[in-house]
Ligand binder design. Structure first.
Ligand SMILES: [Zn+2]
Length: 361
């Protein structure tokens, strides 16, 4: 249990001004540096750790689950709502193995002799693109982030990234599509979906269903294996929750490059569902069957009109006939007509939709 050594009832005399979009924990690291303290020492002295302790006390995960925001607000003279806006979502049970960081943002600050700051938006597992530079984020292991002890470590990282990161021949395609998906799923609100707006949680559920379609697709396809290989086993389910928002679970590759590749392809399929007829055909049966059971109908109509039509007609039959043998045979006939028999041999099924999605990139 952490006990405060002294309480600064009057607040800290000086704190740095938070940079636009700065992550709360990163700003606290910079504030601790002003006083020559480590972050845990500063927080102990201010008496703002919560008891019992939250799941994680790492600098990057500091939010209202592990800090007393009312007391922090008095100490640093920022309102609780300002602190909440800087805090990351809770990510349970663990953060993904890799997150994204923009080395151009870090290097840019260092070059202009401004403080290197960590952006809150980098902490979202569905964030894959830097919106400032319109480039893919660079991978950073959360194990590396855990070792940071002060804001000086951001500069050290910046120097290392400068030496190692640059034009990369194997960067995944689909940056614009992943950026579109990111704006909708991270809740930035400035992207225009082709359907009437839906809650962020619903959109993340759609991304999760599409990722599931890829995950449970054809396991024995050599082409799919070439894309997915060992990282298929390196997926993690995380539950995200920010403030009073409802929690959202999503299962994604733990490595950033795989996540970028996958989200780019899912983004493309949701944004322009007809771009590849093979992909469009591969989606019909899984979306009609169950993948899209709780999607808003306008989204399903956009992504896969045939699946939306099946759902509507099947519901009509059920209303008309009840759960009777007549309904089941009529529903089976409707299902059989989803993909015309003449195309059945060549049309992709749910089982090869993963390879179709991945080939489409
Ligand atoms: Zn950037």
């Amino acid at each position: 249990m952490h006990r405060p050594e002294t309480r600064h009832r009057g607040g800290l005399p000086v704190v740095p001004r938070p940079a636009p979009g700065e992550l709360l924990g990163a700003w606290l690291l910079r504030s601790a540096e002003v006083y020559g303290h480590s972050l845990p020492t500063l927080l102990n002295r201010l008496g703002i750790w919560k008891d019992p302790p939250g799941r994680s006390r790492h600098w990057y995960s500091m939010n209202a689950t592990n800090l007393k925001f009312d007391e922090l607000s008095c100490a640093v003279r920022l309102s609780v709502s300002e602190l909440s806006a800087m805090a990351p979502a809770t990510c349970a049970p663990y953060w993904p193995r890799e997150l994204g960081v923009c080395y151009r943002c870090l290097v840019g600050a260092a070059t202009l002799d401004r403080p290197c700051t960590w952006q809150r938006c980098w902490m979202h597992p569905l964030a894959t693109v830097c919106e400032t530079h319109n480039t893919w984020l660079d991978p950073i292991a959360t194990a590396t982030m855990r070792r940071f002890r002060s804001a000086v470590d951001f500069r050290g990282l910046c120097t290392r990234l400068k030496a190692t990161v640059g034009p990369h021949p194997e960067l995944p395609p689909g940056l614009e599509d992943a950026l579109w998906l990111q704006r909708l799923s991270v809740g930035r609100g400035d992207a225009q979906p082709p359907w009437r707006e839906i809650p962020v949680k619903t959109f993340v559920g759609i991304v999760e269903a599409m990722a599931g379609l890829v995950r449970h697709g054809e396991a024995d396809s050599a082409a799919a294996e070439a894309f997915i290989d060992r990282d298929l086993l390196d997926e993690k389910t995380v539950t995200l929750q920010h403030a009073s928002d409802p929690p959202t679970s999503v299962t994604l590759p733990a490595g950033l490059r795989r996540r970028q590749r996958l989200l780019g392809m899912i983004g493309r399929t949701l944004r322009a569902p007809g771009h590849d007829p093979r992909v469009a055909a591969s989606l019909i049966r899984p979306l009609a069957a169950w993948r899209a059971a709780d999607w808003p109908i306008q989204v399903l109509e956009w992504v896969c009109p045939q699946a939306a039509d099946f759902r509507r007609r099947d519901a009509e039959l059920r209303r008309e006939l009840g759960m009777t043998p007549r309904y089941f045979s009529a529903s089976a006939a409707l299902w059989a007509a989803l993909v015309p028999p003449a195309d059945a041999s060549s049309a992709p099924t749910e089982h090869n939709s993963r390879s179709q999605l991945f080939r489409s990139g």
